[in-house]
Structures are given as structure tokens and as C-alpha cells.
Ligand binder design. Sequence first.
Ligand code: CAA
Length: 288
Amino acid sequence: MNAAAISGIAVLGAGQMGGGIAQTMIACGLNVTLYDIDSTALANRRASIDKAFERLVAKGRMSEEERIGAIARLSLATDLELCREAELVIEAAPEKLRIKQLLFAELDRLCEPQTILATNTSSLSVTEIAAATNRPDRVIGIHFMNPVPVMALVEIIRGLATSDDTYVKARALIGAIGKTPVTVRDFPGFVSNRVLMPMINEAIYTVYEGVATPEDVDQVMQLGMSHPMGPLALADFIGLDTCLSIMETLHDGFGDSKYRPCPLLRAYVAAGWLGRKAGKGFYVYNDS
Ligand code: CAA
């Protein structure tokens, strides 16, 4: 399989990450089957990809012909069997090890032996996910950043058994879609979330302890440190449930109290205040 010539990719999960990965891949000429058990989530994702491409056409950044071609390369599936033909599967399911392991065991049974199974996990062990399959040499972490179409970075994470061949193909694919791959070792949170999440968690502690309001914490980091979004707006954007899962993975994985999730983060998640996708987190969102 030549990475630049991979013709079939399956993306599992029509959430913001899976949707963003699918959008990026079809815009770069790759055929993608986007799978989710929820047909409404799939339909909504297709509509948002349509809208994103229409905006690019309106801005003169994509031709009408390119838009039609890209949309034609996207197939939707609620049946995992339809991912059987893919040469590369990228899983973007919720950040729960058990869910990912069950999915990888199923993919291992379903897909051709040479198919590469990649996980977009943001912090879990690629080695543990690979252990659910009989092909750990063909399992790898390919961790995209949100929003995927905009962010240049992709972390490539080799599990203990990931082969050189799998690694080289994954890196080449990321280069072929115009992103910059950075290779990191399989440790909790990799680099991105090991550095980012404690900052977000600490920002939540400053609100919890009454040091400042969410708006003021965000202003400090935006105006004082030139961050494009403040940490609390970014937490809402990522999803507070995802932030909590990542902090728990860091806390469990390193056994170090410096990673303990802020009780306020736990409370917001328990309340269903998950950030933008729920319409409420540290801020209220009235847009769809
Ligand atoms: N999809 C596609 N394009 C998008 C987009 C989306 N969801 N959101 C914004 N864009 C595009 C816009 O169309 C716009 O494009 P043009 O410049 O070509 O017109 C460009 O991005 C800038 O957007 P806006 O002008 O609307 O807004 P902005 O300048 O405030 O940028 C942002 C928005 C790119 C999200 C910026 O605020 C930003 O970079 N924020 C930080 C994002 C970040 O840190 N991401 C990493 C999260 S951590 C992660 O993902 C790892 C993990 O595992 C949790």
C-alpha cells in the first residue's frame, strides 16, 4: 500500500473529530466511508461538511467542481461490515478504553489482514488498544487536533508492537494530506494533552477557587499569552467530558496527584454541561 495512493479509508464515529477527519480526507482526494451507529449523527455530519465546503467555495478557496468531487467521495454507513474493504480504518469513538477495545476486536475479525487499524485516541494507550487484536503490528495512533481541517499537527503514536511498515505508511499519509506529523511515544496524553490538559485543569481550579471568572481567566491567556482561545473556551470546544477523561487517564497512568481532575470539572460533566456540543459549559451557546 502506497500511502499517497490509499484509495479506501473508513472513519469510525461521526462526532466532531471523525467528521473533521472525513472532511479533510475527502477534500484531499481520498475515498472515505464514515461509520456511526447513529444515522441522525451521520446525516447531521454530512450537512455540516456540505456547509463547510460551500463556505470554501464562497471564499474562492475551493472550486464548485472540487466541492462536487469531494462530496462524491464520502459514503455514510451504519453497518460496520461496509468498512470491510478499507485499507486504513481510523477510529474516532468516545475516549473509553473498553469501547475502543471492543471495536478493534470487531475490526480485526472483519478487515483484511493487511488493513491498518488506527486510533485517534487523545490519551489512551495505543498498546492496550492493539492488544485487543491479533495484528498489533498493524495498529497505530494517529491523533488529529480539533478543528481537524484547520490544525496542522497530527501526533503519530507507535504502540509497543507497531511495525516500521505501519509507521512509515501512517506518516506518509499524514504528509500527503498536508499535515505535519510528529512522532511521540505511547505514554498517557502523549505530548499534546499532557501539556494542554493540566493547563485547562488549572484554569478550572482558578475558577473553582474564586480567583477569577471564566471570562477573566480566558482574557489573561488570550491577551497575555496570545492563545487563540482561552483555556475555558477551549475546554468547552473540546468537550468537558473529553477533558475529564483525559485528566483521568493522566492521573491513573502516572499515579501523580498533580493530574487530579478539578472537582468543578467533574460537577459540570455530571450535570451534562459538556461545553459547546451541549449548549452549556463554562459559557452558554445559543447557536446550533
Ligand atoms: N472547521 C473548518 N474550518 C474552521 C473551523 C471548523 N470547525 N473553525 C474555524 N475554521 C476556519 C474558518 O473557516 C477560518 O478560515 P479562513 O481563515 O480561511 O477564513 C479560520 O478557521 C479561522 O476561523 P474564524 O475566523 O472563525 O475564528 P478564529 O480565527 O477564532 O479561529 C480556531 C478559530 C481555528 C478554532 C482558533 O480559535 C483556534 O486555533 N483555537 C484553538 C484550537 C486548538 O487549540 N485546538 C486544539 C485542541 S486540543 C485537541 O484537539 C487535542 C485533543 O485531543 C483534545
